[in-house]
Design a protein around this ligand. Structure first.
Ligand code: 5AD
Ligand code: SF4
Length: 473
């Protein structure tokens, strides 16, 4: 038997001579119906909320096919990793984890290991070569075939079952995701991206834009409301590019606002160039649409924005911010920024710093540029050194921390309606929830405050990440 060498994630590791599973999964299910239990699947999720939502769809598909979900890999018959390809670092983490999980096969060679999602789509050839112990490799449009693929493994010998075809029509609209409970639920409104920003791998791994029909979304959200969900987060790579027949994104927000039981509506991530008057109007007039907008900037330099092919310049972005703030005065803004994109000079970085200060974001997600194969920027190169990227990132984080602290502290003394989500992370009888602006509020619990309720919380003090207060009962 061959020894499978795993080169990824550091040390080469030999998982020994493993006989491949000889029976297909469907046979295994049949065997088990006679003797024991359904096969058990363990699923680990990496990356964005979209992947979290996809994992709920995957769980739903596998449950329908007779699998049970478990939350520990050690007792699983099938181990799946739903992965992210947005930056190299994300891929390295997954490869390291795969190496660790592959060790389970040393004692239980019949365990099936699968790599799903964006990384599977992005790097299938390299991954199959590096991680020869993989049984399944499935891209974001192939989840419907997972039960079949898991069943194929035994029949095709040493090759993993691979399906990374992108499908322009796949939306999983008919599949109710396996919602894990809670007051907030993610609902995928559209999949894919047509924007092709020069740095970004998403259009290559998630394919073209597709919106889910409003009727399917309404059905899913009504069902979630009947299960106690109070807050919906609509998801899409460019969620505000949503369009289905005559319904645009603003129209969709208004439709969802009519669903009884849903008290709060949020969405992520919009693209600045897809912000329409109809969207702003829906945000300004529908009280259920919360006053928080994540508006990815990426860079504050026109030169870099053009090289990134973002489709807007600094003046247009600032004009948009002014229009949004005029229409929704209570709005909180957050953003994504990349430092060290190819060609970013010190003066470009300074422009990003000025822009951050000018807009005054409540929070920011900041990243070092990571060159991604297949993207338009791949061939340009990577002119900023790792040390310089780190320096710029550290500087930017410090600026945002300082701004966040100022902005959060300015709220001391004010009162906000907070949707109670559960115990605060550092417990001590305290509860946590979000303000309409998506700021975390923490306050002492009381007998008559329950999860899922909205209570008024007066802010007594603040850090740069949370508001500490008292519930006014
Ligand atoms: N390198 C660094 N950050 C990236 N992002 C997307 N692609 C890259 C990349 N190649 C960031 C962008 C995007 C967020 C989700 O991830 O800021 O908005
Ligand atoms: Fe990537 Fe740009 Fe699409 Fe966002 S809009 S997913 S950054 S290509």
């Amino acid at each position: 038997m061959p020894c499978h060498k795993i080169q990824a994630g550091g040390l080469p590791h030999c998982i020994g001579s493993l006989p491949r599973l000889k029976i297909s999964c469907s046979l295994m299910i049949q065997d088990r119906t006679i003797s024991t239990r359904p096969p058990r699947v363990y699923l680990e999720t990496y990356g964005c909320q979209m992947n979290v939502a996809d994992s709920q769809t995957i769980t739903s598909i596998l449950r329908r096919a007779g699998y049970d979900s478990i939350d520990r890999p050690d007792d699983a018959d099938v181990i799946l990793l739903n992965t992210c390809a947005i930056r190299e670092h994300a891929e390295e983490r997954v490869l390291g984890r795969l190496t660790a999980l592959a060790r389970i096969k040393e004692s239980r060679p019949e365990v099936k290991l699968g790599l799903l999602g964006c990384m599977a789509q992005h790097n299938r050839a390299a991954i199959v070569e590096k991680a020869s112990y993989l049984d399944v490799v499935a891209g974001p449009d192939s989840y419907r075939r997972l039960p079949e693929m898991l069943g194929e493994i035994g029949q095709i010998g040493f090759d993993p079952a691979v399906d990374v075809r992108l499908d322009r029509t796949e939306t999983y609209a008919d599949i109710s995701p396996d919602f894990g409970g809670g007051v907030r639920a993610y609902v995928t409104a559209m999949r894919g991206c047509d924007r092709f920003c020069a740095f970004c791998v998403v259009p290559y791994v998630r394919g073209r834009e597709r919106s889910i029909p409003p009727t399917d979304l309404m059905r899913e959200i009504r069902d979630l409301a009947s299960r106690g969900v109070k807050e919906i987060v609509l998801l899409g790579q460019t969620v505000n590019a949503y369009r289905y027949d005559g319904t645009d994104f603003g129209g969709l927000l208004k439709m969802i606002a009519r669903i009884e039981g849903i008290e709060r509506i949020r969405f992520t991530s919009p693209h600045p160039s897809d912000v329409s008057e109809s969207m702003i109007e829906a945000m300004a007039t529908e009280p259920k649409v919360q006053p928080h907008l994540h508006l990815p900037l990426q860079s504050g330099s026109d030169r870099v924005l053009a090289a990134m092919e973002r489709g807007y310049n600094v003046a247009q972005y600032l004009d948009l911010v002014a229009r949004v703030r005029a229409a929704i005065p209570a709005i909180a803004l957050s953003t994504d920024i990349i430092v060290g994109f190819h060609g970013e000079a010190e003066s470009d970085f300074d422009a990003t710093v000025s822009m951050m200060r000018e807009v005054g974001y409540d929070s920011s997600f900041m990243f070092k540029y990571s060159v991604r194969e297949h993207t338009r920027a791949f061939k340009l190169g990577d002119s900023v050194s790792e040390e310089e990227k780190q320096r710029r990132l550290t500087a930017l984080i410090a600026i945002q921390e300082e701004m966040s602290l100022d902005r959060y502290r300015a709220l001391v003394g004010q009162t906000f309606p907070v949707l109670v989500e559960g115990p605060a992370r550092r417990g001590e009888g305290r509860l946590a929830g979000k303000t309409p602006q998506f700021k975390t509020a923490i306050f002492p619990g009381a007998d008559d405050v329950r999860v899922g309720e909205t209570v008024n919380v007066r802010v007594d003090s603040a850090t740069g990440h949370s508001l500490l207060g008292t519930a006014l009962l």
